[in-house]
Design a protein around this ligand. Sequence first.
Ligand SMILES: [Zn+2]
Length: 231
Amino acid sequence: MSRASALLSLQQIDDRIATLTSDIATADASIRGDPELDRMRASEAAAQEEHRTRGASARLAELDAASLQTRIRELDRRLYGGTVRNPAELMEMQRELETLRARLSTAEDDALEQMEQVDQSLARLQEVSAGVAARESQRREAMEPLRARLASLTAEREVLNAEREALRAETDPSDLSLYARIAAHRRPAVTGLAGDFCAGCHMPVSNEERRAVRTGTGLTQCANCDRILAP
Ligand SMILES: [Zn+2]
């Protein structure tokens, strides 16, 4: 293998390793977390809290109505029990009874309305919880193939890392540093010839340089873009 071909192989391995590393990071992030599921769980917690608050409020409204009912029953008993005979007092009790009955009617309407809201918040909670359960089950099913994919990507990267080390070990350190220096600002750093032109920058390459690239004893760089030319 010529020196340029060795660097070209190294570049292919480096590129593949970079792709694998990015795919591994993506698979790893999918396994570790699911932002959509987190959002759905937060929404479930909020629905739970909403349902709890509405339930507490509805119970208070019911207690309010019940206490009015008790007062009405007591007043009713006194009014018709025969113990109070004073007409003015009876009239006053009658008026109070009417006021209480009007308040009871409002309180009962309120309690009913609040119970409906409790039902609605429960329906909403059940809907959100079902969504969370479905997402969790979907995620559990996706987990196995995801783990298998992560394992296969990681294994492939290990093989390539070993190949890369072997290739670097048998390559001249000055060639490696030239490749590293160019790769730091030009991708690809090693390129072929496209006819009489550099395939990297598309500028013409001289006859002499093209011959040097083909014989492949030394390293030839494009006079225009600095890239290493491979046969
Ligand atoms: Zn060039």
